[in-house]
Write a new protein. Structure first.
Length: 313
């Protein structure tokens, strides 16, 4: 990562990048490169299925019938496609926004705690859900939100309110999906932003205090500007997920009752490809999603460069 600034930097001596002492560090990259190549680049060969009337018995490279864009036409002629796209964008966009705002807010509040042990304890508690798989976490959510025995509905009943079917009512399902995702993931983002806060020069706070700035003014004029580049980086990386509403989460929590507001592109692909064996249309949807995501992340790089004077590469 390189940040543009008005200060001229000495030219990079590329001859010193590969030295004897750095060879072990470069060798450590090999397993990750191999995994990415096997599971991300080799499967790109399967994109040809999106343009074929694919018959599995003939094999991936067998004598398949090429049909051009018919699979794409079929997908966009389905009555629920636009609704699936809308659900995906709404859920993903809400997750992106809250996934930025909530961790930043929590990191700023934790930064104001003076008791180190309390701060570390809170960090551990909020970070723990990040390590739980969605299969387990979905079971916990279902237990908490059960209309008959869930803790949330018991509290609502104690307040004189009726039970809410959070996972079986289209009015509440999207909100439940968004908030439970934030609950599970905001701890990781908080740790990232806390690390960014610790890298801020303490002398800046001292200078602000001498000038008469209170804690809120120090947060606005010192802490947030000091976090700016990390915030921009996280925002740029998250925009590539604008069509990724979270398959693991939705698949483990949704049901046909809430398809109207809960069905997303990934679950649609799953049903088309694995349940209905329509491999061509499923591949067409996946290719469409990849192209749109690539366009969004490319635009986010451009925005970061032009508006925030920041480059990732």
């Amino acid at each position: 990562m390189a940040q543009k600034s008005g200060v001229s930097l000495p030219p990079l001596n590329r001859q010193k990048i590969f030295t004897r002492s750095s060879i072990p560090l470069h060798l450590m990259l090999i397993p990750g490169i191999v995994v990415i190549f096997i599971f991300h680049y080799i499967p790109l060969a399967g994109l040809v299925i999106a343009f074929q009337r694919f018959v599995p018995a003939k094999g991936m490279f067998g004598d398949q019938r090429w049909i051009g864009l018919e699979n794409f036409e079929y997908i966009f002629s389905m009555p629920n496609t636009l609704n699936v796209l809308r659900n995906t964008v709404v859920i993903a966009f809400a997750k992106i926004v809250l996934g930025l705002v909530v961790p930043i807010a929590v990191a700023l509040m934790l930064n104001e705690l003076s008791q180190r042990r309390l701060k570390k304890g809170i960090q551990t508690i909020i970070y723990f859900p990040h390590f739980i798989s969605w299969i387990i976490f979905a079971t916990i959510i279902e237990s908490l939100l059960s209309p008959s025995s869930g803790l949330v509905n018991r509290l609502l009943n104690a307040l004189g309110m009726e039970s809410i079917y959070f996972l079986a009512d289209n009015r509440f399902f999207q909100g439940t999906i968004i908030l439970t995702d934030v609950w599970k993931s905001f701890g990781y983002g908080t740790v990232v932003y806390m690390a960014a806060i610790t890298s801020i020069d303490p002398s800046l706070y001292e200078a602000a205090a001498i000038d008469g700035a209170g804690r809120w003014q120090q947060t606005v004029h010192v802490t947030l500007p000091g976090m700016r580049m990390i915030i921009v980086l996280m925002m740029v990386l998250s925009l590539g997920n604008v069509l990724n509403a979270g398959f693991d989460q939705v698949y483990n929590l949704y049901s046909p009752v809430v398809y109207e507001t809960g069905d997303i592109i990934d679950t649609m692909v799953y049903r088309l490809g694995l349940e209905s064996a329509q491999f061509g249309p499923a591949s067409a949807v996946s290719l469409f999603k990849s192209i749109v995501s690539m366009a969004f992340i490319s635009a986010s790089y451009l925005i970061a460069d032009k508006c925030f004077d920041y480059r990732l590469f």
